[in-house]
Design a protein around this ligand. Structure first.
Ligand code: TNX
Length: 523
């Protein structure tokens, strides 16, 4: 009996076929034979799907050691021609599919006759592949050859996201992270169908993006970080590599140039930004709210025009974030005028402006400017009013409630790193159990999406990133992708915790050590 109950326990823990974020529909026939990936398996794709097929092959080859050639559908012969079980993975682009999968949706069918992923777009195929990865044994994520039975349980999924903007943010200023580290971060967030990476590129402690017309920004401003470390910055070529790596994973880069506050690095690099003639020294502490651009000087606006132009040129995505947070030493009226003018300057360079919610104080924002709410989940009156102002001015909202979506908060008193100003530490459960529309019920139709930021005052290494980001980013990713709890019985903590537990070996195999382990059957 003991053996039997431990067997049932381990079966429950394994939860074969579970997927995070929870798909819209999933049917798993009991007892059906699984799909088996073998050395004879092929990836079948048309030319339009070939880049996604190459991505899939690059994922599966290292751990399986299988050749997994890509072939065109025509070489495979007409559907049904071969009634015998096959081991192929078929990626099928079909704009006419009647299941209304949308721009990012997909259908995934695994069985003894093969894997079939159908979508209207390459992005949809890519998300189908992310679900498929989770169906294989966890060793699939290893980067060296493993021996495992490469089976995926038979299941049928149709899926599409709730929100089109599903973001993570990395602060590369407080501590600098180089191109390889950022690309690795993109790889791991893509597994959870995150499609935006917001890079916080400038702040008091550093300036990380090359602006050819003002090289001092990086030669001086790039050389510092919190703790007095060496800092660093991205050359134009580096930044292009990040953008390209992201694009291949259907991740859009949102660059942030934070103004008028959080600008000590710019002020200490360019004397012309300080019309009073007093030099500004570099800063490596963690205080906020002490710096500001001179909002009225011509030098400021000439500088911003150069910066926004060169950042827009380096970024193919539609958005450019101009910050606007915590400008505590900018006179209020000057601030209100500044954010309006800054939003219009961003728009004049062909980008949709995004700003933190404080910028809602500006009454003449460029139409369509997006606001990012970072106050508490329990609506904070002033912050909510500012957020509403973006909607009144024709814009939409990104929600990053700091007490549940900030990845830089500690988990509990035992966490060696992380902050706790946002209403104390944030448990994994707290990062999961919230509903975005509760913050601004009257603006639910203006919600672009959700973003989980990682500020890096206490984050010094890849291990630190993984500790704070996992597993909480997965919780936020499910809120951004999956249907709300009112429509899905699986959107409850015990179910999520069990699926998270089942996924943990995948994270470990991918080299990620999460900050908290969640034992689903205990809750
Ligand atoms: C507030 S949230 C900030 C950042 C800090 C963060 C630390 C926001 C828009 N600004 O400058 O890094 O708190 O959690």
């Amino acid at each position: 009996a003991e053996h039997r109950s431990s067997l049932i326990g381990s079966l429950m823990r394994h939860l074969p076929g579970s997927i995070v974020p929870e798909p819209v529909t999933q049917v798993t026939p009991p007892g059906a034979a699984p799909f088996v990936l073998t050395t004879a398996s092929r990836i079948v794709a048309t030319t339009a799907a070939a880049p996604v097929a190459d991505y899939l092959a690059a994922l599966l080859r290292p751990s399986t050691g299988f050749p997994l050639p890509s072939i065109a559908p025509i070489e495979r012969g007409p559907a049904g021609a071969d009634p015998a079980p096959t081991h192929d993975i078929v990626l099928h682009l079909d704009v006419a599919d009647t299941r209304n999968l949308g721009a990012e949706g997909y259908a995934l069918e695994t069985s003894a006759v093969g894997v079939f992923v159908t979508a209207a777009t390459p992005a949809g195929l890519f998300y189908g592949i992310q679900s498929l990865r989770q169906l294989f044994p966890s060793q699939i994520e290893a980067r060296s050859v493993q021996s495992a039975a490469w089976e995926a349980p038979a299941t049928t999924v149709t899926d599409h996201p709730r929100f089109s903007y599903r973001g993570a943010m990395l602060d590369v200023v407080r501590h600098f992270f180089g191109v390889d580290e950022v690309c690795r971060f993109i790889d791991v967030i893509a597994l959870f169908k995150i499609n935006v990476l917001h890079l916080h590129l400038t702040d008091d402690q550093g300036w990380r993006i090359t602006i050819d017309s003002h090289p001092e920004l990086t030669s001086i401003g790039g050389a510092t970080e919190v703790d007095g470390g060496p800092g660093g910055f991205y050359s134009k070529d580096d930044f292009a590599r990040i953008v390209e790596h992201a694009a291949q994973r259907f991740v859009t880069i949102v660059p942030e140039i934070d103004v008028p506050g959080h600008t000590n690095a710019a002020l200490s690099s360019l004397p012309e930004l300080n019309p009073d003639g007093n030099p500004v020294t570099p800063y490596t502490g963690t205080e906020v709210g002490f710096s500001t651009l001179d909002t009225t000087s011509d030098a400021t606006w000439a500088f911003l025009d150069d910066v926004f132009r060169e950042v827009a040129e380096q970024t193919p995505g539609p958005w450019l974030h101009f910050g606007g947070d915590e400008s505590h030493v900018t006179p209020h009226d000057a601030y209100r005028e500044f954010v309006g003018k800054a939003s219009r300057l961003v728009a004049s360079h062909g980008k949709i402006p995004i700003a933190w919610h404080e910028a809602g104080a500006g009454t003449d924002l460029a139409p369509g400017t997006v606001g990012q709410y970072w106050s508490s989940l329990a609506p904070n009156e002033i912050a909510v009013d500012r957020a509403r102002s973006f909607v009144r001015q024709g814009g939409s909202l990104i929600l990053s409630p700091s007490d549940v979506a900030y990845l830089d908060m500690s988990y509990d008193e035992s966490s060696p790193i992380g902050l706790s100003w946002a209403d104390g530490p944030t448990s994994v459960r707290a990062s999961y159990e919230w509903e975005p529309t509760e913050i601004l019920p009257d603006a639910s139709t203006a919600m672009l999406g959700i973003e989980a930021p990682l500020w890096t005052e206490t984050v010094r290494s890849r291990a630190d990133i993984d500790y704070l980001v996992f597993p909480r980013l997965i919780a936020v990713a499910e809120i951004a992708w999956s249907a709300p709890a009112t429509e899905s019985p699986r959107r409850v903590w015990p179910d999520f915790a069990a699926r998270l537990e089942a996924l943990e070996p995948h994270l470990t195999a991918a080299g990620i050590t999460p900050g908290k382990q969640v034992r689903g059957h205990d809750v």
